[in-house]
Design a protein around this ligand. Structure first.
Ligand code: ADP
Ligand code: MG
Length: 326
């Protein structure tokens, strides 16, 4: 860890190397196209650097949220991105700007969008198991690198894992370090809450958070990538939380139609309630599912649904949503 990094007891880093520019972002970049995405407090837009013609993604972060000054959180996000600069599967930070109300992070553009889109897609758009194996290796290599550096992401989900391109399928870029922390300075973090569906039991129980917390989320993520179903999602938050704390997971043939049993075995090594008994990123990378030589069966859940069954209800035009287990 560089000496210049200053840490607080909750794992937030307050010293950064990046010079935050106060000249106008607009002087150096043109915004192009529509929004790339948005989260709770940020809007991300595609932009082109005038001096180089290169495309980037500009993440506009509001400094005030719910009446609170959140500049320290944004500085922590920058610090974590800096510490992951050599990680090939983490989005790179190019520059940062500050205005009276916002901090703008100029990031590498992951033009393929969120893996979320392929998780909710139908047949030909959805990932095959072979795709998921390749992408899972990249996610795990990226996360193993973070964990080796004592960084925990704490918000791994299909909206925060992007692709360099969608067709043909590119490589993984992990984004959104807004909840990330450094473990080496973290005495007790019990208050951070990620997204209900992806959150580990220890987070719900206000037990200490560790790198294993990310591994749970990766288990949920891989489950969703292979099946299109969100394993713990209930009709209400309370039901989701109950499903998580009881580790109520459906591994039946119904859900895993056409998916190899090694994949199911892999997920089972992650969706383990006791964080100490959960597989680590390094252990996952050695799992036979990711190191097999045989071609796994194609991923059939959506294909089957559309070819064997006449749809009972015609598909709606509403926003895509993940399916919850029936
Ligand atoms: P938040 O902290 O508000 O969730 P994110 O960093 O997750 O912000 O960004 C919100 C969304 O913007 C992401 O889910 C993704 O769709 C899009 N996005 C973020 N970073 C990039 C990037 N570097 N390239 C392309 N799209 C991005
Ligand atoms: Mg996000």
């Amino acid at each position: 860890m560089p000496d210049s990094m200053t840490m607080s007891r909750n794992g937030m880093v307050s010293k950064i190397q990046t010079r935050i520019r106060t000249d106008a972002f607009k002087n150096n970049y043109d915004l192009v196209g529509k929004e790339l995405g948005r989260g709770k407090f940020a809007v991300v837009k595609k932009c082109v650097e005038k001096s180089t013609g290169k495309e980037h993604a500009a993440k506009f972060l509001r400094k005030r949220r719910k009446g609170q000054d959140c500049r320290v959180d944004i500085i922590n996000e920058i610090a974590i991105l800096e510490s992951a600069a050599g990680n090939p599967f983490v989005v790179s930070l190019h520059e940062a700007y500050e205005t009276a109300s916002e901090i703008i992070l100029v990031l590498e553009c992951a033009a393929g969008g969120e893996i979320f889109n392929q998780c909710v897609a139908d047949n030909d758009e959805a990932f095959t198991e072979k795709d998921v194996i390749r992408l899972a290796k990249q996610i795990l290599t990226g996360v193993a690198g973070l964990h080796r550096n004592n960084v925990v992401h704490l918000d791994l989900k299909p909206q925060n894992v992007l692709l360099t391109r969608a067709h043909p399928l590119g490589d993984i870029r992990i984004v959104d370090f807004g909840l990330s922390r450094r473990m080496d300075s973290m005495e007790e973090v019990r208050e951070i809450l990620g997204t209900p569906e992806y959150v580990a039991p220890e987070v719900l129980n206000y037990e200490p958070i560790s790198t294993a917390t990310d591994m749970w989320s990766i288990g949920v993520l891989i489950y969703v990538m292979l099946t299109g179903v969100s394993p713990f999602l209930g009709d209400e938050k309370q039901e989701t939380f109950l499903n998580i704390s009881q580790v109520n997971v459906d591994y039946s043939q119904d859900v895993f139609e056409g998916v190899s049993s090694l994949a199911v075995d892999f997920i089972k090594s992650l969706l383990v309630k006791n964080p100490r008994k959960r597989a680590t990123a390094e252990e996952c990378l050695k799992h036979p599912w990711l190191n097999g030589h045989s071609n796994p069966l194609p991923h059939l859940h959506n294909a089957l649904r559309s070819s064997l069954d006449e749809p009972e209800n015609s598909p709606s035009e509403s926003e895509p949503e993940l399916e919850s287990p029936a």
